[in-house]
Design a protein around this ligand. Structure first.
Ligand code: NDP
Ligand code: 2IT
Length: 492
């Protein structure tokens, strides 16, 4: 037996100087103490001794990939109790196997911009785990993308997808391509070149990408068109997040934001509370943020702020959703344009920190590590009672700890934002049966899935002695589902 229980705890002090960057050119040369750096201030964490050993090995084998280390650490910190209770799951290096991607593809993407200049980008697809179904997870186009980000996202996706209860494995992909300021034609040419390599790794039974940051229905259209052209097959189920006229599912666009609000609503019910009359702050102003705002408003909340990487808008009358959609979805402009057009109730704060705004409910929906310990402390001080992570890993580890210690209901991303990928799986079901469901039916399926995920996380946390800790509940429940399937397949 590899792991002998949670009783023996090894304490590890992770020293982080605020905002220090890990910048080793040759990861294998990196000084050991620097390999412990994670975003988010000083942190004292305890982890089962053998898990700690496995973690140190993962750091060595994946040097420099700090977001991946962070995501792995959060999961391993939760697993001591489950390995103590279910020692059979600890055998045969299940931790080491689950933390090693099944396949990682990195490729060159060459395209020409509108001036005729040649551009070279890097493409990624990390096919992390297929124990529960075909690889499934989004594509992110953002200049910050590198292997460590795709691996953290792919790793999170394994457990998130398991929590949905649907037959999907975990993957993520993308590119360091920056769509900002590019013309439609340039983005289309990039998508076509990207797919010219990616197609050989995809298939409705193999790997099914969707959108993420910088990739929405428009990009999925160009990617699908190129896949169809290369393979000469109309394989609807190979991508999700498609347009409604060509195999897409109603509610997929809304699903991540709606799902995150449903999840928070369940957490509020546990507290005997609801969204009615609450003040909410949402970060980001992309797909997830917009539909988080929409559903929160439908449930009676007032959303007073949202943001982009330039700053935030505060609107004391509540965000005007029609105007927000017009600016972000139709005109594709910056969030500052919202305040310009809205009039006297709204103001744009350039470079402002959206978490300084007092609120009852915070929904970080932009990107990883966007909410740190200081922000969390401020939110708690301002009376925040619930946090729902629409984004993937938006809260730094010290921020998570502050929320948990303060008794804030904290909906961790892999549970709270699972509605997007769950509805992708519903899109795959519709494609497979050549059918399409109504909005009402699909939304009810989504709502039920989010209630089930909440119940699973809640009950698992309780069973393992940490009532109300959705981080622990999500990690353990997701892990058990994947580990049991992996065990059934033998050593592969
Ligand atoms: P979009 O591209 O539609 O929107 C992203 C938003 O986040 C924009 O407002 C963007 O601002 C902001 N943002 C992105 N990167 C940064 C950054 N480095 N710093 C500050 N702001 C940033 O993406 P989505 O809404 O689809 O995704 C948002 C988050 O939700 C991501 O973490 C994603 O992984 C997660 N997610 C998405 C799902 C989906 O179905 N789409 C499903 C589950 C999770 P700007 O324009 O200035 O860059
Ligand atoms: O992070 C995510 O879950 C997504 N970007 C959605 C993935 C999907 O396959 O729908």
């Amino acid at each position: 037996m590899l792991y002998r229980g949670a009783g023996r705890q090894a304490s590890l002090h992770i020293a982080i100087s605020g905002g220090a960057e890990y910048d080793s050119q040759d990861p294998h040369e990196a000084p050991r103490e620097r390999l412990h750096q994670l975003p988010g201030g000083d942190l004292l964490v305890a982890m089962d001794e053998r898990l700690e050993e496995a973690y140190q090995d993962i750091i060595r084998r994946n040097a420099g990939e700090i977001e991946f280390h962070q995501a792995v650490r959060e999961v391993l910190e939760s697993l001591g109790p489950v390995l103590a209770k279910r020692p059979e799951l600890a055998e045969r290096k299940i931790i080491e196997r689950i933390c090693e991607p099944e396949r990682q593809v990195i490729f060159r993407v060459v395209w020409q911009d509108d001036t005729g200049e040649v551009q070279v980008n890097r493409g990624f697809r990390v096919q992390f785990n297929s124990a529960l179904g075909p690889y499934k997870g989004g594509l992110r186009f953002h200049p910050s993308v590198y292997l460590g980000i795709i691996k953290f996202l792919g790793f999170e996706q394994i457990f998130k997808n398991a929590l949905t209860g649907l037959p999907i494995g975990g993957a993520k992909g993308g590119s360091d391509f920056d769509p900002k300021g590019r013309s439609d034609d340039e983005i289309m040419r990039f998508c076509q070149s990207f797919m010219l390599e990616l197609y050989r790794h995809l298939g409705e039974y193999r790997d099914v990408p969707a959108g993420d940051i910088g990739v929405g229905t428009r990009e999925i259209g160009w990617l699908f068109g190129q896949y169809k052209r290369i393979t000469n097959q109309y394989e609807s189920g190979v991508l999700t997040g498609k347009g409604l006229g060509w195999g897409g599912s109603l509610v997929r666009k809304e699903a991540t934001g709606y799902g995150a609000v449903y999840f928070v609503n369940e957490m509020l019910k546990v507290r005997g509370d609801s969204f009615e009359g609450k003040t909410c702050v949402v970060s980001g102003s992309g797909n997830v943020a917009i539909y988080t705002i929409e559903k929160a408003c439908q449930l009676g909340a007032r959303v007073v702020a949202c943001s982009d990487s330039d700053g935030y808008v505060y609107d004391e009358a509540g965000i005007d959703l029609d105007l927000l959609k017009q600016i972000k979805e139709v005109e594709r402009r910056r969030i500052s344009a919202y305040a310009e057009r809205r009039g006297s109730t709204a103001r744009f704060v350039p470079g402002g920190n959206v978490w300084e705004i007092p609120c009852d409910i915070a929904m970080p929906s932009a990107t990883q590590n966007e909410l740190n310990g200081r922000d969390a402390a401020k939110l708690v001080k301002n009376g925040c009672i619930a946090v729902g992570e629409g984004a993937n890993m938006p809260t730094t580890p010290d921020g998570v700890r502050i929320f948990l210690d303060a008794g804030v209901s904290f909906g961790v991303g892999k549970a709270a934002n699972a509605g997007g990928v769950a509805t992708s799986a519903l899109e795959m079901q519709q494609n497979a049966s050549r059918d399409s469901w109504t909005f009402e039916y699909t939304e009810e399926r989504l709502a039920q899935i989010m209630r089930d995920i909440h119940r699973t996380c809640y009950e698992t946390a309780k069973e393992y002695g940490a009532p109300g800790n959705y981080v622990l509940g999500a990690n353990i429940a997701g892990f058990i589902r994947v580990a049991e399937a992996m065990e059934a397949f033998g050593l592969i």
